[in-house]
Ligand binder design. Structure first.
Ligand code: IMP
Ligand code: MG
Length: 186
């Protein structure tokens, strides 16, 4: 499907739906059920990686049938555009301690793995009881660091995607479907 006016595409950019909102909803429910089963009777503390994970986290937490709490952390690993600078910087730290908590780090997408491996290193030092990773999307073909998601929504090919929280230069986060954006060569 090509982009329509109102979806925010500029001339020369095309959006093609990769994962429809109904499939996302279904899969988010399944992931939440897995988490609910794995942590039966316990509390889980979800940490969303801003900003991309905010929509996934909002949907996921409402489908988890356990005691929950949430926090957010912000890092910057990407310059503008599509390529990672490879450098991860902490922009916003957590509000509270995670010591002895069942922590699930919630990411929009695992790409090179640099962001998540940095965050796992930082958070592990704070002695959570359990530290797991939930990612809506996984692009394993791009991996530089050997990291895996414990809960993965969808494995996708090596294409740049936007929507459902994911952006290109801060745009398209509001799309309800996950779309491939074709961009003019950089
Ligand atoms: P990593 O450190 O390379 O694994 O990158 C993780 C971050 O890069 C994600 O949290 C996203 O913000 C961004 N990212 C990676 N691939 C994409 C994509 O296809 N679309 C939008 N953002 C992406
Ligand atoms: Mg981003």
């Amino acid at each position: 499907m090509a982009a329509r006016a109102g979806q925010g595409a500029s001339p020369g950019q095309e959006l093609r739906v990769l994962i429809r909102r109904a499939s996302i909803q279904r899969r988010v429910r399944e992931v939440a059920l897995e988490i609910t089963r794995d942590f039966s009777g316990q509390r889980v503390h979800l940490i969303g990686v801003l900003k991309g994970a905010c929509i996934f986290l909002s949907d996921l937490v409402r489908e988890i049938d356990l005691e929950t709490s949430i926090d957010f952390i912000a890092v910057s690993s990407y310059g503008k555009g599509r390529e990672s600078s490879g450098q991860v910087r902490l922009l916003k730290d957590l509000d509270s301690s995670i010591a002895d908590l069942n922590v699930i780090l919630v990411e929009d997408i695992l790409d090179t793995g640099l962001t998540i491996s940095y965050l796992l290193r930082v958070l592990e030092q704070r002695k959570p009881k359990v530290l797991r990773v939930a990612a809506l999307l996984d692009k394993p073909s791009r991996r530089v660091k050997d990291v895996k998601g414990d809960y993965v929504g969808f494995t996708i090919p090596n294409e740049f995607v936007v929507g459902y929280g994911l952006d290109f230069n801060e745009r398209f986060r509001n799309l309800k479907d996950v779309c491939v954006v074709s961009l003019p060569a950089e």
